[in-house]
Ligand binder design. Sequence first.
Ligand SMILES: [Zn+2]
Length: 93
Amino acid sequence: MQKTKTPIRTCIGCRSKFPQKTLIRFVCNAGQILEIEGSKKLPGRSAYLCHSKSCIDNAFKTPKRINALLQVQLSKSAISEFQQTLIEKENHR
Ligand SMILES: [Zn+2]
């Protein structure tokens, strides 16, 4: 079997590069941010984050930043809601 190269992605929290598989992947879809589990495909611009609270906090600190990254116009509440969801998940790992 041929080995497939692991794609490398940048965490938007700390801007370090990691194998895609080790990162949280999410996408903006229909005015909401959604996490993408596994290799599921969803339309929209996706972004990546480490499984780290500091990276999550950093990435969602300002709505402007995340909107620019995903090229969308999300409301502050939609963003903080997603941030909370991610943090809760990390707390339960
Ligand atoms: Zn990070």
